[in-house]
Design a protein around this ligand. Structure first.
Ligand code: ADP
Ligand code: MG
Length: 258
């Protein structure tokens, strides 16, 4: 990355996604700049996960354009025609995007460290020694340097989620997507995961975070996007949207989560 390169990290232009006759994303347009944290909030079923999954190639966009660092996700443009990327090309785009889910999805038969080094070794062809050294640095970064040899079943939910974050970081992503990373955690374990995410934000990671943690949004996010029914209802600086929502739907939602 150079200072002169001002390409947006994520740009959605009228993104549409349907499942059969159910149009889940109707018209999503938004921008995330490099180094920004965007919090995406909205009622259940509004299409937040689907939007993240489109960015990460887990779903295919049906209309509009979705770009990461100026690259169209899943497609190649030639003239005015679109061609779907071959699986190998799509996999290459996806490698640079880390995703953390509500459920930690760690491999239960692997230790924390083994979970972290799996993709760098398998996908990037890193040597074990190199991957392990980086893996230990990442465990340290998420505050778990003493848990390298622990299996997921012996870790708390908060610890597992921190391992999942370290695992995503091991691929050196340029963008991190978080889909309700603390929703499955006992309340007393939420803070330790949010603290790791705050650290990432402070270090300049570009992040899109789907969350109901409005304190986090207020403190960390550069922008807050409120989605409902597959459209962006309202977007702005978190403090402004939270203090003075412009739309009735935003007010109704916030009154439930604040
Ligand atoms: P949110 O994350 O905001 O709760 P989702 O993106 O998970 O919303 O879901 C939006 C809508 O899309 C829901 O109505 C859901 O049932 C539907 N949906 C999501 N994934 C699929 C799928 N794979 N097949 C069919 N419908 C889906
Ligand atoms: Mg969801």
């Amino acid at each position: 990355m150079t200072i002169t390169d001002t390409t947006d990290m994520v740009r959605a232009e009228g993104v549409v996604k349907s499942f059969g006759s159910n149009t889940v994303l109707k018209d999503i347009s938004l921008t995330v700049r490099r180094g920004e944290v965007m919090c995406l909030v909205g009622p259940s079923g509004s299409g937040k996960s689907t939007f993240l999954r489109c960015i990460n190639h887990l779903e295919r966009v049906d209309g509009g354009r979705l770009l990461v660092e100026g690259d169209l996700i899943g497609y190649r443009e030639r003239g005015d025609k679109l061609y779907e990327l071959k699986p190998k090309e799509a996999a290459k785009q996806r490698r640079d995007i880390g995703m953390v889910f509500q459920r930690f999805n760690l491999f239960p038969h692997m230790t924390a460290l083994e979970n972290i080094i799996e993709a760098p070794m398998q996908v990037k062809g890193q040597r074990r020694a190199v991957a392990e050294q980086r893996g230990r640095e990442l465990l340290d970064r998420v505050g778990l340097s003493d848990k390298a040899a622990a299996y997921p079943g012996h870790l708390s939910g908060g610890q597992q989620q921190r391992v999942a974050i370290a695992r995503a970081l091991a691929m050196d992503p340029k963008l991190m997507l978080f889909d309700e990373p603390t929703s499955a955690l006992d309340p007393e374990l939420v803070g330790e995961v949010l603290d790791v995410m705050k650290g990432l934000a402070k270090d300049g990671m570009t992040m899109i975070v789907v969350t109901h943690e409005m304190g986090f949004a207020r403190e960390v996010a550069d922008s807050l996007v409120f989605m409902d029914g597959g459209v962006v209802v309202e977007t702005g600086a978190p403090r402004e949207v939270l203090a003075d929502p412009q739309h009735a739907r935003t007010r109704a939602f916030l009154s439930k989560v604040l």
